[in-house]
Write a protein that binds this ligand. Structure first.
Ligand SMILES: Nc1nc2c(ncn2[C@@H]2O[C@H](COP(=O)(O)OP(=O)(O)OP(=O)(O)O)[C@@H](O)[C@H]2O)c(=O)[nH]1
Ligand SMILES: [Mg+2]
Length: 439
């Protein structure tokens, strides 16, 4: 419960308000009838030292439907209503308990499905992102204040090099924002999922690999080449990282209209993906050449069906067994075939080599996307930063101080939209704090 009624309601239900921030064992009663509803814990957080900044009361009750229904009915009879989605966080924001990036972090924490998402949301909740944007905002405000002062009070005793300082600081800010924007969408990827495309010739076992990584039969597999035609997407938790796997149609020229469309989609997905797994049949090493279309460290080669390379009887192919992993890691057959170092030998049938492949993928993702520094996490932030960056660039080119100030104001407002701090009073405060003008 949050708001002015929280205390009186708590007293009505529990008989008394417990001391602040102490959990009390209570018998909850319907104040109208005196009937006992449940046995639980009550806590009292008088504002402003509470999560919303208002008076807050918490009841810890048994979670059964009957208890919850009875408690809610009694609370309603006391004039309370259920909070709307996000209302507690919204009130906390309005009461200055957190900025908008932290409010978004709470939403992200609530929705986090993987370890990496949880860590990133927690970092954002710590306020590091807000502090970064807030810092820029403050510098911009100071800049603006100096410029406005020079415009409005040209006769006053202002530092002579003010123009040069404004220009240098504008350039510095523009540079920092540009560098933050050019982050390869790392934070957004960690939040929304890293796109990994599975490609390769028909029948190589792409869909089988997808099913193994997703740990379910998401895609149809069959010995018929050309089984997959459309892109099949599955969101998976890959060693703690959110990954959107895309299985694609086999890469081959075909007269078939649908297969040609499948090929087009596969190529488009490969181009758009953050990482690629190029799967080929380990028995046809020459197929690996198809991966040349996507050079670089973003493409991992996966030699599949290694169970067919050695006599099945001697391989001891039990899924996930130690001998499997060892075999996959250092298969003499594979090394003698001369695959590049980045080739992972696996069997999508037995699961051999998959732990190594997953570890390598996770390591690549960790290296590229996981960062302790505050990262851009939302398109909303990116848009606002782009507007701010453009405005700063315009400000640098503006011929008149008035135009420059207008662009700086725009940039500052845009930054303020990210954290939710936009107030002209801020500007006045700085102007009057920095300069004792017109006293
Ligand atoms: N022995 C063996 N068979 C495999 C392995 N991986 C896949 N297969 C079989 O190979 C055939 C093709 O597998 P899919 O996963 O459908 O291959 P794909 O690359 O998705 O094929 P398309 O969708 O047609 O491009 C199926 O019969 C699978 O059971 C493997 O590691 N070992
Ligand atoms: Mg397939």
């Amino acid at each position: 419960m949050s708001g002015p009624q929280a205390g009186s309601t708590l007293a009505a239900l529990c008989g008394a308000v417990p001391p602040p921030r102490v959990a009390r064992h209570v018998r909850l009663r319907d104040p109208a009838t005196g009937e006992a509803i449940d046995d639980g814990l009550a806590m009292w957080f008088p504002g402003p030292r509470s999560v919303t900044g208002e008076d807050v009361a918490e009841l810890h009750v048994h979670g059964s439907r009957a208890v919850i229904a009875a408690v809610i009915a009694v609370l309603r009879s006391q004039g309370l209503r259920l909070a709307e989605p996000g209302e507690f966080t919204r009130r906390a924001f309005h009461n200055g308990k957190l900025d908008l990036t932290q409010a978004e972090a709470i939403a992200d924490l609530t929705a986090a499905e993987t370890e990496a998402q949880r860590r990133q949301a927690l970092r954002q909740l710590d306020g590091r992102l807000g502090a970064l944007y807030g810092g820029w905002s403050e510098r911009l405000l100071r800049l603006l204040a100096h410029l406005e002062a020079a415009i409005d009070f040209p006769d006053e005793d202002l530092p002579p090099d003010i123009d040069a300082r404004v220009a240098a600081e504008t350039a510095a800010l523009a540079g920092e924002i540009a560098a933050h924007l050019a982050d390869g969408h790392r934070g957004e990827r960690l939040r929304d999922g890293i796109a990994v495309a599975i490609l390769g010739p028909p029948n190589a076992g792409k869909s089988s690999l997808l099913n193994q990584l997703a740990r379910r039969e998401a895609a149809i597999t069959s010995p018929v080449a050309g089984t997959t035609r459309d892109v099949i997407e599955v969101a998976v938790d890959l060693a703690g990282y959110p990954v959107v796997l895309a299985d694609t149609a086999g890469l081959r020229d075909s007269a078939d209209l649908i297969e040609r469309e499948g090929l087009r989609r596969a190529l488009a997905r490969a181009a758009a993906a953050d990482l690629r797994l190029f799967v080929f049949d380990a028995r046809c090493a020459e197929d690996a050449a198809g991966a040349a279309q996507w050079p670089g460290a973003d493409t991992l080669l996966v030699a599949n069906k290694i169970d067919l390379l050695s006599p099945p009887s001697s391989a001891g192919l039990t899924r996930g067994s130690r001998s499997d992993a060892e075999m996959a890691g250092s298969s003499p057959a594979m090394t003698s075939m001369g695959f590049a170092a980045e080739t992972f030998a696996v069997s999508a049938l037995t699961g051999a080599g998959l732990p190594e492949l997953i570890a390598a993928l996770a390591a690549r993702i960790a290296g590229r996307y996981d960062d302790a520094a505050p990262l851009l996490t939302r398109a909303r932030h990116r848009e606002a930063l782009e507007v701010a960056g453009d405005a700063l660039r315009r400000a640098r080119a503006a011929p008149l101080p008035e135009l420059r100030a207008e662009d700086l104001r725009l940039a500052w407002r845009s930054l303020g939209h990210i954290t939710g701090h936009v107030d002209v009073e801020d500007l006045l405060d700085v102007i009057f704090a920095d300069f004792c003008l017109g006293k």
